[in-house]
Design a protein around this ligand. Structure first.
Ligand code: SF4
Length: 268
């Protein structure tokens, strides 16, 4: 790990630099990405796929109870009935929670604490929904919409932290223009920037530096797994990128949005 400093720029700690495809893109066929690597999608796309995901999980559980009922009854005659009741209760709670999620997002009200919403069950739903979206070839768009919903909910908590308590985590694939922009923002607000080649290294940086909040930059695929692993333990805002030259190189990002988030967290 090396540390670079410059008088008017942010501190940059570079962990590793290479140009391998991230494992999330192993199956990329080398063709240009759809929409020039811009996977922007409306939040409604995520909510539709999430509803399908919850329904599918319930259907699979119901099918398992139905098929295995004779075996369960061998264990204890009342077990199939108890399992049906438990499934019905889970379904009611899940759909009520989902309704509150939709209302919290569109109604701009905080109906649940963060541990019960964007930093709790939402992260698991986001991951499961990503698997369902893959089956329909819509993975990147659904993940983008899911991350946007997560960010909107997280941003409304209006947290603030000290300058030394915020970390900016960026991937190795940023274009020079994007990297210069990130460093300029980090320099203005005096927050350290880390370049991590893999989610594993990003998690190691978080463990070692113990920040109180993180602004993370990554593609939708890496961000979905990163949020799932980290956002439950630490407040994170996740900025996705555009990939005009394919995955894992020359990525562009919305620098205005990044500045708004950093400023919102550490103050002006
Ligand atoms: S964040 Fe960049 S380097 Fe990492 S998998 Fe995504 S496109 Fe590749």
């Amino acid at each position: 790990m090396s540390v670079e400093t410059a008088p008017s720029r942010a501190q940059l700690i570079r962990i590793e630099t290479d140009r391998r495809l991230g494992h999330e893109w192993d199956e990329w066929d080398g063709k240009p990405l759809p929409g020039a690597g811009d996977f922007s999608a409306p939040p409604g796309l995520f909510f539709r796929f999430a509803a399908v995901t919850i329904a599918a999980v319930m259907a699979v559980a119901a099918a398992a109870i139905f098929l295995l009922a004779p075996r369960f009854a061998d264990v204890w005659p009342g077990l199939p009935h108890a399992l049906w009741l438990a499934l019905a209760a889970t379904a009611v709670i899940s759909w009520l929670w989902f309704g509150m999620l939709v209302l919290s997002f569109y109604g701009r009200v905080r109906l649940l604490p963060e541990a019960w919403l964007e930093r709790g069950p939402y992260l698991r739903l986001m991951s499961l929904t990503s698997y369902v979206a893959r089956a329909f070839g819509k993975r990147d768009w659904v993940e983008h919409a899911a991350i946007d919903v997560y960010n909107a909910l997280a941003e409304r908590r209006q947290r603030t932290v000290g300058r030394g308590e915020l970390l900016v985590l960026i991937p190795r694939c940023l274009s020079k223009e994007a990297l210069d922009g990130v460093l300029a923002i980090a320099g203005r607000y005096e927050v350290p920037v880390f370049v991590a080649t893999r989610g594993q290294l990003a998690r190691r940086v978080i463990r070692e530096r113990r920040p109180r909040a993180v602004v993370a930059v990554a593609c939708e695929r890496d961000m979905t797994t990163g949020l799932r692993d980290v956002a439950g333990k630490l407040p994170v805002l996740g900025l996705t990128m555009r990939l005009p030259n394919g995955p894992c190189r020359d990525a562009m990002l919305d620098l205005d949005l990044m500045e708004r988030w950093v400023k919102g967290w550490v103050g002006s």
